[in-house]
Structure formats: structure tokens, C-alpha cells
Design a protein around this ligand. Structure first.
Ligand code: SAM
Ligand code: SF4
Length: 344
């Protein structure tokens, strides 16, 4: 801006609203496509990762996130890949925390596999992170190793304890997997709720080639919920975190249980979010291929005008919804990119 300070009132860029009237208030940013696990439903074992030059620097990620914050985004989730394996990622958390201090942002959070949490919990809390999602699909250490291929359950639970000591509220995410953890959901409820944590169950989504047949593991949550209702009293509650989960309270534990059901229930009507990959590609819908490149406008100039124009053009194309299908006739992934690319 060249105007003299105070000469003209600063024009605030307009909030982002898509063609269906949905305000975009939630941005998920994948800060790396790399990970120290290889979860069977997420990645193939021999993944090829992006060359460094394609990945946005931490400064570029800050600029990008901040541009969205000036356009009305109130909740920012860093994810990946595994966000905590990105070198110096804490400097990004620290710099983004200025938007919490200014009041422009309500929440700065992350989704993590928890492997590095014991190391970073204190710094995350200092940066204003108050709630995090940690992914654990099973409490059986051998099964955990099998599902994640490389993960160590004890490290993750130590990380959760460290986060709780630092005053961070933990929600556990578990992907419901037929023949893997379907007999363990009751135990997951007891363990999370007993430890003051919420639990959210997620259906597997057909994202990316994982070198295996997903129909083998697909478990509809409608079925899980029916089974749970035989043991537990599930009371519908209007609780919302800004994400897609629908929550019940489990009367016996007093804890919250969320269901994310992209396959059996279309949750698109209230979608308030978009996702950016670590290369600066903006996906307007997790389940659609359409995307906009934000890296070129970001790198083309020091000012953010081109970036804002690209964001506006993209939001104007946000689709009404997705139509995921997993069955034998649709054996290929609905969307070719992996969850670790778009960010969960
Ligand atoms: N590495 C971090 C983690 O595991 O929490 C963050 C990224 S991970 C891609 C985010 C979430 O997506 C995790 O809870 C993971 O279980 C979930 N996820 C990965 N692939 C998925 C798939 N194909 N369908 C459903 N959920 C998936
Ligand atoms: Fe890594 Fe998370 Fe994907 Fe597992 S789900 S491979 S931890 S990115």
C-alpha cells in the first residue's frame, strides 16, 4: 500500500464465500508430504516424496496461511504427511500464533501421528495450540506396528501424556478398519474417555493408490454405530468443532464420540473448509480433482495481490460436494492423490 498512514481507511479484503453461500472459515494445510509412518490405508511402503524445490518454504507457508486469515479463515490446522517431521516446523507455529494474539484467528491446531509429540508438546502449547488430533487406530502395540508399518505405540502414548501435561486437549482419531480394529472400538472408547480425550471414528476414503485393495478394510460407520448402540447409550449432541464429525455423548463414560462418514453420509452441505498442499495447491474439495495453483502467484511477487486473486478464483469454483464410492466395481481410488498429500 502506498497511501500515507491514516490518509485513507484500510480496505479489508472481503471474506471468502463460495457459490453455494458457504463461508470459508477453516483451512487445513499440509506442511509436508513426508512421514515417519507408512499407514497401510494412507501410503504405499515405497512412497516417492516431492523434491524440496517444489515444497513451499516455511516463510511461504506463513504468507499463504496469513492471506487466508485476512480473508476470514478463523481456524487453521497444520497436517501432512506428518507435520512434526518438517524441519523447524515450530517456527511456523510460533509465527502463525500472532494471529491468535491479534484475535484474527480462533484456533491454531494440528493433526499428528504423535511420534514426535513428547518433544514438541511444550512448544506447541507456548504457541497457543490448545487442542490437537492424534491418530491411533489400535491399542495393541503389535497391531499398531502392522497398521503403521513403522510406528511405536509407546512413543505415541508418551506424546499424548506430554501434550496433556502441557494443557493441550487431545482428541484421538481412529480409522475404522474391517478385520483390524473393529473388535477394539469399545476399548478405544474406554481408553480415550477414561483419559479425558474425545474419540472420532473415520471411514476409510478411497484416496491414492496404496498398493492394496481397500474394499478389504472398508467398514461402514453406520454398522459400527449400530453395534456400539448394543453396549453403550449414544446420545446425539449438537457439539461441533468446525470439522465434519457428528458427535454423540456416551452416557456411561460421559465422553464424546465423533463419526466422520464421508462414505455413508454426505456432509458437504455444511462444508466450510479448503485444503492446501505443501506445494501450494489449493483443493476446494477433498473428494474432487479440481485444484488451483497458489505457488506461482505466491512466488511471482512480494505483494499478495496475485495470491488473493488466485484464491478468489478458486473459491468461486468450490464444488457442491463429492461422491466417494468404494465397492468392487470401483476398485480404483476415486481421487488419485494420497491423503498424505492433501492432508487429513
Ligand atoms: N500424519 C498425521 C496423522 O496421521 O494424524 C496427519 C496426516 S494423516 C493423512 C490425517 C488423518 O487422515 C489421520 O487420522 C489418518 O488416519 C487419516 N487418513 C489417512 N488416509 C486415510 C484414508 N484413505 N481414509 C481415511 N482416513 C485417512
Ligand atoms: Fe503418516 Fe498420517 Fe499417513 Fe499414517 S496417516 S502414513 S501417520 S500421514
Amino acid at each position: 500500500m502506498n497511501a500515507l498512514p491514516g490518509a485513507f481507511p484500510q480496505v479489508q479484503p472481503a471474506p471468502l464465500t463460495d457459490p453455494f453461500g458457504r463461508a470459508i472459515t477453516y483451512l487445513r494445510v499440509s506442511v509436508t508430504d513426508r512421514c515417519d509412518f507408512r499407514c497401510v490405508y494412507c501410503m504405499a511402503e515405497d512412497m516417492t516424496f516431492l523434491p524440496k524445490k517444489d515444497v513451499l518454504s516455511l516463510e511461504e507457508l506463513d504468507r499463504l496461511c496469513s492471506a487466508f486469515v485476512t480473508r476470514g479463515v478463523r481456524k487453521l490446522r497444520l497436517t501432512g504427511g506428518e507435520p512434526l517431521v518438517r524441519k523447524n516446523v515450530m517456527s511456523l507455529f510460533r509465527s502463525l500464533s500472532r494471529h491468535l494474539v491479534s484475535g484474527a484467528l480462533d484456533e491454531l491446531t494440528l493433526t499428528t501421528n504423535g511420534s514426535q509429540l513428547a518433544r514438541f508438546a511444550g512448544e506447541l502449547a507456548d504457541a497457543g495450540v490448545r487442542r490437537i488430533n492424534v491418530s491411533i487406530d489400535t491399542l495393541d502395540p503389535a497391531k499398531f506396528r502392522a497398521v503403521t508399518r513403522w510406528g511405536d505405540l509407546a512413543k505415541v502414548t508418551e506424546g499424548i501424556a506430554a501434550a496433556q501435561r502441557a494443557g493441550i486437549h487431545v482428541k484421538v482419531n481412529a480409522v475404522a478398519l474391517k478385520g483390524v480394529n473393529e473388535g477394539e472400538i469399545d476399548e478405544l472408547i474406554r481408553w480415550t474417555h477414561g483419559g479425558g480425550m474425545d474419540l472420532t471414528l473415520i471411514e476409510t476414503m478411497p484416496l491414492g493408490d496404496i498398493g492394496a485393495d481397500r474394499t478389504d478394510h472398508y467398514l461402514p460407520l453406520s454398522l459400527v454405530r449400530r453395534r456400539l448402540a448394543e453396549t453403550w447409550t449414544l446420545e446425539d449432541i449438537p457439539f461441533k468443532t468446525g470439522g465434519p464429525a457428528r458427535y454423540v455423548r456416551v452416557a456411561e463414560t460421559g465422553g464424546r464420540l465423533g463419526f466422520i462418514t464421508p462414505m455413508t453420509h454426505n456432509f458437504c452441505e455444511s462444508c466450510n473448509r479448503v485444503r492446501v498442499t505443501c506445494t501450494g495447491t489449493l483443493f476446494m474439495c477433498l473428494g474432487q480433482e479440481d485444484a488451483a495453483d497458489l505457488r506461482a502467484p505466491l512466488r511471482a511477487s512480494e505483494g499478495d495481490e496475485l495470491l488473493h486473486a488466485a484464491i478468489e478464483g478458486a473459491i468461486a469454483r468450490k464444488p457442491k460436494g463429492h461422491d466417494f464410492v468404494i465397492d468392487r466395481a470401483h476398485n480404483r481410488p476415486a481421487v488419485s492423490r494420497h491423503m498424505s498429500v492433501t492432508g487429513g
